[in-house]
Design a protein around this ligand. Sequence first.
Ligand SMILES: Cc1ncc(COP(=O)(O)O)c(C=O)c1O
Length: 362
Amino acid sequence: MQQITYQIKERGGKIELPETLGFGKLFTDHVFEMDYDQGKGWHNPVIKPMENLSLHPATMFIHYGQAIFEGLKAYRTANNEVQLFRPDQHFKRMNNSAKRLCMPEIDVEFALEALKELINIERDWIPAKQGESLYIRPFMIGTDEFLGVNPSKSYKFIIILSPVGAYYPEGFKPIKILIQDDYVRAVRKGIGECKTPANYAASLKAGEEAMKKGYTQVLWLDGVQQKYIEEVGTMNIFIKFKDEVVTPKLNGSILPGITRKSVIQLLKEWDYPINEREITIDEVIEKYDAGELEGVFGSGTAAVISSVGWLTFKEKNMTINKGEPGDLAIKLFDEITSIQYGLKNDTHDWIVQVEKKEVGVS
Ligand SMILES: Cc1ncc(COP(=O)(O)O)c(C=O)c1O
């Protein structure tokens, strides 16, 4: 395994976190970074003070979008331990994104060790209140200075950290979702299953229009026939019908969420009839009209489980479970967050501890 260089800055005082953290606004003061080129492969792994990137204006990812990222979290438990939720899955998904975008893969074990080292150094930045956590954003960018559409030959892999507050400070409040067919997010055989900026750029216009109309997020239909439901802005979607729980089958245009995978595993263990299959918007409306639609919820790292209270498609307004959070959504939220915050035993091997240790020196 490669040797990480440490450039640790003197803090000269205790870190004071603001009372209200919000999401993605505050960053810790160190980052992990390493470089790639075709001769050396990945090299120069370093943990160093956070600083601005200095890039040539022709740096390739700026123009051609060869960039990928991940989003996961570290949690402080009641016993003051620090733990990660399924980090290996996130780095594996990052490698799948890398393959599709002609970028170099990272060594999952090394990336995890580097992340643990960085978090150990930034331990005091991890908030302690229930619902708060340390958001982790690993990303990779193509860094050749060149204009022309082909894969870059050099890359940077960076991890930054951001202390974040509860996603919904007011509690587990059901959200309002607009089902969209004016725009598409992704198409099969495209890059929808990758965590890459282009997918989020494609979603902005619809998201903005939905927000103006009072909706929290957009539920995307498939990009070809606009008939099948796919996923929400930053969440996968689950529907509880009278006799089964369903979630759209992964088809290449849906991001394979780590929370989605965990929810499916829990539902199977709890003996719920859970099916990954195609779900048309017509089926959703028919079952709603027949009184067979009992609950809808989204799953994702940011909010874990988010109950959906209202769904709108064209003229059709559907109020789910009287706009109240569904029992299954609450049960799943409680189970997953209890594991994340160490309140419940991790029987699935989902948790990775970040041991406290003296900061390494190179
Ligand atoms: C488009 C999209 N779908 C689904 C998810 C949920 O994925 P995960 O559960 O891995 O956070 C996310 C969040 O990362 C996302 O951005």
